[in-house]
Design a protein around this ligand. Structure first.
Ligand code: NAI
Ligand code: MG
Length: 342
């Protein structure tokens, strides 16, 4: 027998594929096909489920079996889940739960288009999203506490610095880091974020470091997006900057993101489950494919990522466009074009 099949089985990286709800399974399937075309022999995909349909069927949005599968994997490609906009007994957003369970503390949102080549690194575990809200004065006043810790700030800053250094060595240009805060007003919390992040960055003398107040940051990102490289920010600021940035580089249908921890990466398109177009075969697969390239980079298959990125860029420029991009191509036609280009 040919020894090669055994070799590839040994070398395979185990990755979960979690379609979720709505168009999630359609775009994840599309992205898996594109990735498999390049390096399918080095990946063992394991299917796992979570989301609203799973909840309706089993009473759990995030089944124990899914947690066990992801814990056995190096990463996951996730589509989207539908969450009801009203409270439902027993339902919790499974993606929020999974991010917390796996301690995926860094949310990465690359912004790439033309001269723009930046990445927002958002602290994903605390800040204003720490979940510390309460009522005062009989419900007349709502209070949200904002948590900034030195440990979480140092961790996200180190992640951002290491990313800046590796991007710079790939591009052969200097590494730049922008630390975003509002320490002039939030002197303690943002003051700590600023100080801890700048301290960590000082340990990377090859990085040009600047700091910027979040309000002027949004303004400048929109006016001169091409001047930025790695942008690191506390949770809420990073969330807002990520979405503002997505609008600069083509919108929801084309932007991917990754949630990273020490040992695990969960990549996902930025868009949701788009139930208005689910099952019609017209979902744009680009965002899921972009997410898949981030996953490849973080699970040791980074050598394949540039080929996918090039195919994506060529597809964006000259490939068939799905309805969200103004034409009437189907998901299948877009995938066929991507497959031909990788
Ligand atoms: P959405 O991103 O699902 O859709 C917004 C609009 O963009 C819709 O008109 C949709 O058709 C369009 N769109 C999104 N992705 C597209 C794609 N790949 N191709 C073509 N068109 C696309 O956001 P929406 O409508 O606010 O939320 C729908 C559901 O998704 C909700 O249940 C929400 O909770 C969930 N959601 C889940 C997320 C996640 O799982 N990470 C993130 C955001 C929303
Ligand atoms: Mg968001």
């Amino acid at each position: 027998m040919a020894p090669t099949s055994d070799d590839s089985a040994v070398a395979a990286v185990r990755l979960a594929r979690i379609g979720g709800d709505g168009i999630g399974p359609e775009v994840v399937d599309a992205a898996v096909r594109v990735v498999n075309e390049l390096c399918g022999d080095r990946i063992e995909w394991v299917e796992a489920e979570m989301g609203w349909r799973t909840f309706e069927r089993t009473g759990r949005a995030l089944p124990e079996a899914t947690v066990e599968i992801v814990e056995s994997c190096a990463g996951a490609l996730f589509g989207a889940v539908s969450s009801p906009s009203h409270a439902v007994d027993g339902y919790k957003s499974p993606i929020v739960e999974l991010r917390r369970h796996l301690d995926l503390y860094a949310n990465l949102r690359p912004l790439k288009s033309g001269a723009i080549d930046a990445v927002v690194v958002r602290e994903n575990t605390e800040g204003l999203y720490a979940g510390r809200e309460r009522w005062e004065r009989d419900g007349e006043v709502a209070i949200a506490e904002r948590v900034i810790s030195r440990r979480a700030t140092e961790r996200i800053a180190r992640f951002a610095c290491e990313l800046a250094v590796s991007r710079a060595s790939e591009r052969g240009s200097p590494a730049r880091l922008t630390v975003v805060h509002k320490a002039n007003v939030l002197r303690l919390s943002d003051g700590l974020f600023r100080e801890a992040a700048l301290d960590v960055a000082a340990g990377f003398p090859e990085i040009e470091v600047e700091e910027q107040l979040v309000d002027s940051m949004v303004y400048r990102l929109i006016l001169e997006p091409e001047r930025y490289d790695v942008i690191v920010a506390p949770n809420l600021y990073g969330d807002i900057l990520s979405d503002a940035g997505a609008a600069l580089v083509g919108g929801l249908g084309v932007v991917g993101s990754a949630n990273c921890g020490e040992r695990f990466c969960l990549a996902e398109p930025v868009h949701g489950s788009a139930s208005d177009i689910a099952g019609q075969g017209t979902a744009n697969p680009i965002a899921a494919v972009a997410a898949a390239t981030l996953l490849l980079e973080r699970v040791g298959l980074g050598d394949a990522a540039p080929r996918v990125e090039e195919a994506l860029a060529a597809h964006l420029a000259a490939g068939p466009r799905t309805p969200d991009r103004g034409d009437n191509a189907t998901t299948e036609e877009a995938v066929a074009d991507l497959l031909a280009r990788v």
